[in-house]
Every structure is written in structure tokens, then in C-alpha cells.
Design a protein around this ligand. Structure first.
Ligand code: ZN
Length: 420
């Protein structure tokens, strides 16, 4: 139930609270009035509504998700909570990933994200061994079905040992380009990684597609594929857009080495996305031993260098992360706690809205006059009130109208979970 019912027609929302940076101003939270008319943000006019200092944020961009993998936990739980356990479990589950199975779980996940106030999503799609031929057609169907509610992008997902100019990998690039998608890779240390990365960038450049990496998702400091990606981008001059996700191992490296890698990332213009909830779940997990490290990449040092840093959901209810609901308020709250975004710059909210939109090439006009009135209102007057409660009674406005925020019931996926 929404905390307030807004009247129809042109509105003047009086006394809303929002981060100053969203209006291009300096400082922390500010109080202002915002108008809505004909589904767009307008000068305040029409019916006055006293908002009592309710916080307002624009709808979110979730730039790193796995819609194809989501919600398989009941039939494919992680045996020991580790990264290897997740990898093996998901590979075995691929046998069940028919178009119908992927479509049902993807639809469930999108309805959750929409209800929570997300307007733009990039999803990775597991692509090995012909899976791309099943998942990409479902994705393009869903993208058309959801147009106007959630802007969708896809990225293929294949491990770096599969890079080749021919065979399935080349065919995957054809499908990626036809779907107007992004070419994705999981990078980890292998002997000929540099050659494979150069081939990968060359293929992506020839096809005119951007690239998206799962990078160094490990606490092993010797895993330096992030550094190598930055070096390859500088060497090749690839300018098609590069996203690097996770980047965990840089957090465990010698300080001077880590900072020199960050300097290379800045020079190469890479867009970093941190996935703190998934990292906390998988990294530094050993039976009988309390985790010591968070696995979160060096977001503060990156931001200080002008590197584009975003945060996103990553997995939901699958072996890589047992929880989550594609709720960017949860991501914002958890990232704030895990990475200490509080007591820091007041503009971190950009990393959940405009920065990921720019990194992926989504259109996101923000809170400017004439932009679609896509925003979320909360029964909270500042950050501490916002983060203290789950905000289950928030209002999500799309084109100025409050949407139905009913979440799908888990039981609707039960028939798919019996299959094993
Ligand atoms: Zn991921």
C-alpha cells in the first residue's frame, strides 16, 4: 500500500526532499517543490499536495543483473555458498533453461524491478553451448513487451577461454550485434589472456558493439585481468564503451600496485560497476571461518580519480546470491553500509541513476523540466529514515502516475522448480 494517494491532474508536490546534486546543485539534501503535468516534470501548478518533506528520487538504472538466472534457487541452491559451488550448480541447471523457463523467470524478475522503481536494466545472458540461441530470442521478446516501462539491454556472457575468431564465439557475436546487445566476457588469469583480449576487442570493434566484463571476481591478489583490460584498451584505442564489473581482487593488492591499476582504469576510460551484495555473499567464504574481507572494489579511490563508478544488483535468488529482489533501494542501502558511502561525497546517488545510464548508453533525462515524471517518493525525510525501513510503501510514479506495486507471488514459479 502506498503511503499516500496522489490526486489526478496537474500537481504541485510541495516540500519534497532530494539530493541537491540531482538538480545540479552543491550540498546534501534540499527541500523544494516539483510539478507534474501531462506525465512530465513541470513547474509546480495545479493541485497542491503537502508532501511533508518526503524524499524523492528519480527511477533507478540497474546496469548489471542476470534475469536469465534469477529465482532458480529452489531447484539449484548453492551447496556451500562459494563461487565454485555457484558455477557448478548453474552449469548443471542450464539443462532446464528452455525458452519457457527463461521467459517465466525473466518476467517475474522484471515485475519485481518495475514495482520497486527501476526504469532501466542491463542483463547478462549465459551464452555457452548454444544457450544464446534460446535466451537471446526470449530477451528480444521481453524487451519489446516491456518497452515504455523498463528499457532493457542485454550482454552475452562467456568465459575468456572461449574467445575465438570462428565457431560458436563468432556466431554469438552475430547474434549480439543483431540484438543490438553488448559483447560480454568473464576475465580471469589464463596464459594467453592478452591475445584473447586483443582478439575480443578487435571483434567487438569490427561489429560496432560495446563490451562488458565480469572482472577478477576473486580475492586472489594475483588476479590482475582488470589491469590487463585497461592496458589493452589503451593499446588498441578501443572506444566502443567498456564496462568492468566486480573488480574484487584489486581490494586485496598491495596499495601502490592497486593505485597504479586505478590510474590505468582512469586513463582507459573504463566504467566500473560494483556488485557489493553478491561480493559479500561469495567472497572470502570458507567453512568454519568468519569472513575478513568484503570483496568490494575500491570505489572511493576510483571516484576520486574521476572514474565512472556505479552500483547494481547482480544476481537474485540464484546460486551466486541467494537473496535480492532487483530492488535498487536495497542496493543503495546495502552499498551505503558496505562501502561507507555515508560520511563521504553527497553525490553518490548518481552511481545508482545517471552514472550507470551514461555507462550503458541509456536515455535518462533525470529531474529536468519536460522529462518524463518517473520518480519514487518515500515516507522518509532524510537518509537515516530512508535506510532504516524497507520502504515497502513507497510511491513509484511512471509518466506521472502511481503504478500498481503488487509483487508477483513466488508460487507462480513452483511448477518450474519441480523439474529436477
Ligand atoms: Zn554478474
Amino acid at each position: 500500500m502506498d503511503f499516500k494517494t496522489l490526486p489526478d491532474g496537474p500537481l504541485a508536490l510541495r516540500g519534497v526532499t532530494l539530493p541537491a546534486c540531482l538538480l545540479g546543485q552543491e550540498g546534501g539534501l534540499i527541500r523544494t517543490d516539483i510539478g507534474i503535468a501531462d506525465g512530465k516534470i513541470a513547474a509546480p501548478a495545479g493541485t497542491d499536495v503537502d508532501m511533508g518533506s518526503a524524499m524523492l528520487l528519480p527511477c533507478f538504472t540497474d546496469m548489471h543483473t542476470h534475469l536469465d538466472k534469477g529465482h532458480i534457487w529452489p531447484r539449484a541452491s548453492n551447496p556451500d555458498g562459494t563461487f565454485d559451488g555457484a558455477l557448478k550448480t548453474v552449469r548443471a541447471d542450464h539443462a532446464l533453461w528452455s525458452a519457457e523457463d527463461v521467459r517465466a523467470r525473466m518476467s517475474f524478475a522484471l515485475r519485481c524491478a518495475h514495482a520497486h522503481g527501476t526504469a532501466r536494466i542491463r542483463t547478462h545472458l549465459d551464452s555457452l553451448e548454444g544457450q544464446y540461441l534460446r535466451s537471446f530470442p526470449v530477451f528480444t521478446e521481453m524487451r519489446a513487451e516491456w518497452a515504455g516501462r523498463i528499457d532493457l539491454q542485454a550482454s552475452s556472457l562467456v568465459s575468456c577461454d572461449r574467445v575465438a575468431r570462428g565457431g560458436e564465439f563468432a556466431d554469438l557475436l552475430r547474434v549480439v550485434a543483431e540484438a543490438d546487445a553488448t559483447f560480454g566476457l568473464v576475465s580471469y588469469p589464463i596464459p594467453d589472456l592478452k591475445d584473447r583480449l586483443l582478439t575480443f576487442f578487435d571483434m567487438a570493434g569490427s561489429a560496432g558493439v560495446s563490451v562488458d566484463f565480469h572482472t577478477d571476481e576473486t580475492m586472489d591478489p594475483s588476479s590482475e585481468t582488470l589491469r590487463l583490460i585497461a592496458e589493452c584498451v589503451i593499446e588498441t584505442g578501443f572506444d566502443g564503451g567498456v564496462v568492468v564489473g566486480h573488480c574484487c581482487s584489486v581490494s586485496t593488492q598491495d596499495e601502490a600496485r592497486a593505485m597504479s591499476t586505478l590510474d590505468l582504469i582512469a586513463k582507459a576510460g573504463l566504467n566500473v560497476v560494483s556488485l557489493p551484495m553478491c561480493n559479500l555473499f561469495l567472497q572470502d567464504r570458507h567453512a568454519g571461518r568468519t569472513p575478513r574481507n568484503r570483496g568490494v572494489t575500491l570505489v572511493h579511490e576510483m571516484k576520486a580519480r574521476g572514474i565512472s563508478v556505479s552500483f547494481a544488483s547482480d544476481n537474485t535468488r540464484d546460486p551466486f546470491y541467494a537473496y535480492g529482489d532487483l530492488d535498487m533501494v536495497e542496493v543503495l542501502r546495502e552499498a551505503t553500509r558496505i562501502a561507507h558511502l555515508d560520511h563521504s561525497d553527497p553525490d553518490w546517488i548518481h552511481s545508482f541513476t545517471t552514472t550507470p545510464a551514461a555507462a550503458c548508453g541509456f536515455e535518462a533525462e533525470g529531474l529536468t523540466i519536460g522529462a518524463p515524471a518517473d520518480m519514487i517518493l518515500f515516507p522518509a525525510r532524510d537518509w537515516t529514515e530512508l535506510f532504516a525501513r524497507p520502504q515497502a510503501n513507497r510511491i513509484v510514479l511512471r509518466d506521472g502516475k502511481a503504478i500498481d506495486r503488487t509483487l508477483p507471488d513466488y508460487s507462480e514459479l513452483d511448477h518450474l522448480m519441480r523439474a529436477k
